[in-house]
Write a protein that binds this ligand. Structure first.
Ligand code: HEC
Length: 214
């Protein structure tokens, strides 16, 4: 009987001790303690055999934990570009669904996308003088040149989609076709402005800029 009571007392004491310890750990965190890692009572959740994203692969540290998708796999909703590497056929066959459309919504979409993805190199007015241009060995050409002015819409769409020389493709940044065609239309507006631009041309772009939320 005495032994039993003693046993109960000991376990109560241990139990109470733990509670005080745990509560203490919760409540008495000074700033120094907060900067230290948590105490892990049960470690299974923290230490797992699975690799974390960006980890090295232990069996081959040169390889990362992330794997490349199997060859030939494509993202959901992706349509392969059938004129890859074939600028001439693209220019001959692709038709701009917004050809000649200067509605504010289209120009504003084009302006937003152009200013996000292209202006950094080709410049906000298309003159090839974007903020990173001075640092580039091969300068980005102006998109207001005679070459691009006389290139048809399909040709410009092709450069956005497939890249050209050292300029890489922007197909992944702009999965939607309409974004790329809207840029083509916006480049046409920049070309009109670069060539002097009538008051109507300027008004068109200003109206588009005002209609945007960006
Ligand atoms: C990182 C800088 C950079 C960005 C961003 C960029 N380009 Fe380019 N672009 C270049 C360079 C450099 C060339 C010349 C490539 C070559 O011919 O080797 C070029 C070429 C072009 C040409 C052909 C010009 C010519 O005279 O042959 C067009 C059109 C063009 N880019 C449009 C765009 C559009 C539209 C975007 C946005 C979707 C864009 N670029 C984004 C650097 C860039």
């Amino acid at each position: 009987m005495i032994l039993k009571t003693g046993f109960i007392n000991v376990s109560l004491a241990v139990g109470l001790g733990c509670t005080v310890f745990v509560l203490g750990a919760c409540t008495k965190k000074t700033p120094e303690l907060r900067s230290q890692p948590n105490i892990e009572l049960i470690q299974d959740m923290m230490d797992q055999p699975s690799l974390k994203a960006q980890d090295a692969e232990p069996s081959d540290p040169q390889k990362g934990s992330s794997r490349l998708p199997p060859e030939g796999s494509v993202p959901v909703g992706y349509t392969p570009y059938k004129y890859a590497g074939n600028a001439a056929d693209a220019a001959a066959n692709l038709k701009n669904p917004f050809a000649g459309n200067t509605k504010a919504e289209i120009l504003e979409l084009g302006r937003r996308k152009y200013e996000i993805y292209c202006a950094v190199c080709h410049g906000y007015t298309g003159a090839g003088d974007g903020p990173v241009a001075p640092k580039m060995a091969l300068k980005p050409p102006p998109v207001t040149s005679d070459k691009i002015r006389t290139m048809n819409d399909g040709g410009i769409y092709h450069i956005i989609t497939d890249g050209q020389g050292v300029m890489s493709s922007y197909a992944y940044q702009m999965v939607k076709d309409e974004d790329r065609w809207a840029i083509v239309n916006y480049i046409r507006s920049l070309q009109k402005l670069a060539a002097g631009g009538s008051t109507a041309d300027k008004a068109e772009i200003e109206k588009a800029a005002k209609s945007g939320s960006y």
